[in-house]
Design a protein around this ligand. Sequence first.
Ligand code: Z5A
Length: 244
Amino acid sequence: MNPSEGSGASSPRGEGRRGLFLVIEGVEGAGKSTQVERLAHWIDALGIEAVRAREPGGTAVGEAVREILLDREELRIGAESELFLMLAARAAFMREFVRPTLQRGAVMIADRFEFSTFAYQGFGRGLPLEEVRRLNAFATGGLRPDLVLILDLPAAEGRARQRTAGKVDDRIEASGDGFLERVASGYRVLAEEDDRAVLVDALLEPDGVESRIRSELALRFPEPFGTAGGSTTSKQPEPPPLSE
Ligand code: Z5A
């Protein structure tokens, strides 16, 4: 079965969807950017177009919003404003990246998406989760990912990795350890209640995380990934096209 058929058909603004929508999530420093790059290279090597983009960002609106959200401490942005800024970026992300990519049958790989909003603005900031979901659904038109791979890592470990890499805290990262722990445990709750989400042990070495991600894709989407193998070192056979 085409993995996108079910979710695309249920949304007026997801109609005509043929590709596959994958999201990598997790706390800061969990290894999302690392795995997005690896996954995109693997899928490219299989002869399938893979488009990658980060959230917030990717689009001109998204990058402008990102600068306000992460760097403009002096604006004293409240939780509700933070939510609406994230969703403004998301609406542009859907329009410019996700829908066109899925409509031409390619794979969209997002570095963060709606689970970040549920985890950070819902669990982290304490905004009512149902309201956050409702507003998010307006921004996305109800179009949901086919699979959310949550890189599961204690918040403190992610921060330690970032410090080792020399990264300075942005406005959201500076919200305190309690906030970041609520985000990390929020991701686990979200994974439990959504069968499109899976936790991946991010304490593994990057190769181990990558293998786990490939195995999950092979299991969930035998076409085109089932024949491609889960190892990060084996030579991959050519897969069939994603969809017609
Ligand atoms: N945010 C929000 O609040 N609401 C929303 O709806 C959305 C976002 C969409 C975006 O920041 C901020 O916006 C984020 C959430 C909020 N704020 N916080 N926190 P971002 O895009 O810059 O996100 P980030 O999480 O801070 O990204 P990052 O710092 O680039 O981390 P990462 O992509 O997960 O990790 P990485 O860059 O791949 O790796 C980090 C380091 O660890 C690096 O040195 C790697 O070499 C190393 N690494 C990677 N994998 C491993 C493994 N497996 N073992 C050991 N070391 C590793």
